[in-house]
Ligand binder design. Structure first.
Ligand code: ASP
Length: 706
């Protein structure tokens, strides 16, 4: 068998009939027609039906073929033939031809599979299993099998194409692909760092980059002018469905540019990568200021695929007799609403009052919600009698009300409560009423963000990161009101209500950068310690520069219309940020911690309560929060000594002198002499059905032996 002759299944086309070829791949599926064996042979490029016919193949080959099972890895040589009329299979691209096998080699066998890999039915019209039907953790545990499935494989191939498109485009615009360190210093992007302890410099830590922000700016100062990187970034954030602790950003930076350069370049790039998924986006992308986005959609990530934009009606109720509104006005509040045009048949009084006003709006943080339905030229609701004709007329005009329309209003003393609750109602209603056009993509630039946000302790924090240029430089870094009124030269690219990326024009003036740090409440000392090396670079002729980063997992997932970003990452973490395949994150042995100097850290800086741990009994008492009385001490001391002895036996049985931090093989180690028995429930898988965390057939528990 000479692999250099090997062709891909997807290469074989009608017209190749009569050719003798060598194919190699996996047994996707098989059908035995009494002596005649049909197999779907699958490789990365596709599927080819191969046929074992005793009239063509030798008995030896046919006997060997009878032993083939799903996912055996094989090579076959044979002749391409046109399929008989009526046996074509439209499910596969080579569905009009097949290979009559003469030689077969089993390259490697496969165990029974944890789930079906095959996704293509062998006969036309038959149903096949799709990736979404298998439990996701099981898919991730056997990801290498999952990747063999055509749906997952195609996503990974499409991702490659999109990345290739990015590289080609940026190269054509003079951008250089440059790598920046992964073991580095903390970068301020607002999340927690993943820390990596240094063995060589004990007690010191690297941080994994939350983004290459500092390095890409240093590359600009280094005169590289145009940089990009498909960079892995790490952020230790709380779990959310579509978030990964490590993710890939298309990170870019350029010198001697302004916002318009970024808009033009990123729009063109976005148009091209979306075209890889057959999606055409129109340029130029619309732009909306942050203020306008909040005023009209209640979100800094506005979904503009549908209307339902807010209108402010506060001034219509300046002199209202309706007590609730009047009280809100007296407290300086506001009232905003939306008109859901022509949907009153789907939004009955009952739905509006009992579902939306009573349940849904409060769950979005609103204290109440006012609704009105337009019928017979009038607005109707449970409270309409409290409003004057002028107010009702004002509403009709402001919302351009027609019969069949439904108005929803939220009033509150707090502006942010109004926009946030109404924003969520807007999305909820659009979803429920099917108002979001399918397969539509609406990119928009959000601009003019506030530079700072207020913190709880009366200070400010950067809305993006502290290197973002403000819209003006003549501010007083100690005047909080003035700081909160500043805008930034930042921009976000939002598509369908999801932030695809963001960036800014940066500060390139060292004094301005220092002023920003001062505004953030960082002392000269803090600044020098955290960013000294970075600020120093600004002393040597920093060019004006700016950039942006696009979240590529999210972009690819959107382009390929997958349910989750995990579908476009070869080896993603699951929803709990763990990897069911490798078991990461996993516990480590004390020895490893000792090598890294992590055990001594505690001694250097005693943790609260640590002094209690010096005496075993005090320690147990402290850990278990049980107060042990003086007279109980001798008895508990004896029990502890016994437990320690048993723990010693257990750790020896486990084959290690040192207590293991991970689950050890199943055996009854606590009662020498008793034999271990497995429960039937365990065999059936029911025992672990409710386990919070399972490894193989074991229930994972916290380490108890120390
Ligand atoms: N470093 C920023 C981020 O990760 C992007 C940028 O400002 O270029 O969000």
């Amino acid at each position: 068998m000479h692999f250099k002759e090997r062709l891909f299944c997807g290469q074989i086309k009608p017209g190749d009939e009569g050719r003798t070829i060598l194919l190699a791949g996996w047994v996707d599926a098989f059908r035995d027609h009494g002596g005649l064996l049909f197999i779907h042979l699958r490789d990365r490029s596709g599927i080819m039906q191969i046929v074992f016919n005793p009239e063509i193949a030798s008995k030896g080959v046919c006997d060997l073929a009878a032993t083939l099972r799903a996912e055996y890895c094989i090579a076959v040589r044979g002749e391409v033939r046109k399929r008989e009329a009526g046996t074509e299979n439209p499910n596969i691209e080579t569905g009009t031809i097949e290979l009559m096998v003469k030689e077969l080699t089993i390259l490697s066998e496969s165990d029974a599979l944890p789930f079906t890999v095959s996704e293509k039915a062998m006969v036309s019209g038959a149903q096949s299993l799709g990736a979404e039907k298998v439990n996701e953790d099981l898919r991730l545990q056997y990801r290498y099998l999952d990747i063999r499935r055509s749906s997952v494989r195609d996503n990974i191939i499409a991702r490659h194409r999109i990345f290739k498109c990015v590289r080609e485009f940026l190269d054509s615009r003079g951008f250089l692909e440059i790598e920046t360190p992964v073991l580095t210093m903390s970068t301020p992007e607002g999340a927690r760092d993943y820390l990596v302890p240094s063995r060589v410099h004990q007690g010191n830590f690297y941080a994994l980059p939350q983004s290459p922000q500092l390095f890409k700016q240093l590359l600009m100062i280094g005169g590289m002018e145009r940089y990009y990187q498909l960079a892995r970034c790490f952020r230790d954030e709380d779990l959310r469905p579509n978030r990964q602790p490590e993710f890939t950003q298309l990170d870019m930076e350029a010198s001697f540019i302004d916002e318009e350069f970024i808009y033009e370049m990123v729009e063109e790039l976005t148009v091209r990568i979306f075209a890889e998924g057959g999606i055409s986006l129109l340029r130029p992308f619309p732009r909306i200021t942050h203020k306008e986005a909040m005023e009209t959609t209640g979100s800094d990530k506005p979904d503009l695929r549908f209307g339902l934009l807010f209108k402010d009606v506060t001034e219509l109720f300046q002199d209202t007799n309706y007590t609730i509104f009047r009280q809100i006005m007296q407290r300086g509040g506001c009232i905003k609403g939306i008109n859901i045009k022509g949907q009153s048949d789907k939004l009955s009084k009952n739905v509006l009052q009992n579902e939306y006003a009573k349940e849904i709006a409060p769950s979005f943080g609103a204290k109440g919600m006012t609704w009105m339905r337009a019928e017979g030229g009038k607005l109707e609701s449970n409270i309409v009698q409290y409003f004057s004709d002028k107010e009702l007329e004002g509403l009709k005009q402001r919302f351009d009300v027609k019969d069949g329309d439904v108005l929803i209003m939220v009033a509150d003393p707090s502006y942010s409560v109004v926009v946030s609750a109404l924003g969520q109602l807007r999305l909820h209603l659009a979803e429920r009423l099917g108002m979001i056009p399918e397969d539509s993509f609406y990119p928009v630039w959000v601009t003019d963000f506030p530079l700072f946000e207020a913190t709880e302790d009366g200070g400010v924090t950067s809305s993006h990161h502290p290197f973002t240029a403000p819209d003006r430089e003549d501010f007083d870094p100690e005047n909080i009101d003035e700081l909160l009124a500043l805008h930034s030269r930042a921009y976000d690219l939002v598509v369908n209500g999801e932030e695809l990326g963001g960036g800014s024009i940066r500060i390139n003036d060292r004094n301005l950068q220092r002023k920003i740090f001062k505004a953030l409440g960082l002392t000269e000392e803090d600044t020098a310690q955290k960013f000294g090396f970075f600020l120093r670079a600004f002393d040597f002729g920093a060019p004006p520069h700016g950039g942006l980063a696009l979240g590529m997992d999210r972009a690819v997932s959107m382009i390929l219309r997958t349910q989750s970003i995990r579908e476009v990452i070869a080896f993603p973490k699951n929803r709990s940020a763990a990897c069911p395949l490798t078991g990461a994150p996993s516990m480590v042995k004390r020895g490893q911690l000792a090598d890294l100097g992590l055990l001594n850290l505690e001694a250097k800086e005693r943790l609260p309560g640590a002094e209690k741990q010096d005496n075993l009994l005090d320690r147990v008492s402290w850990v278990s929060r049980i107060n042990i009385k003086e007279e109980e001490r001798p008895m508990i001391q004896a029990v502890l000594a016994q437990a320690k002895g048993l723990a010693g036996i257990a750790s020896k049985n486990a084959g290690t002198e040192e207590p293991a931090y991970t689950v050890v093989p199943l055996s009854n180690r606590m009662r020498p002499g008793a034999s271990a028995e497995r429960s039937e429930l365990s065999q059936a898988g029911r025992l672990l059905a409710n386990a919070p965390s399972v490894k193989g057939t074991f229930f994972k528990v916290a380490p108890i032996l120390e």
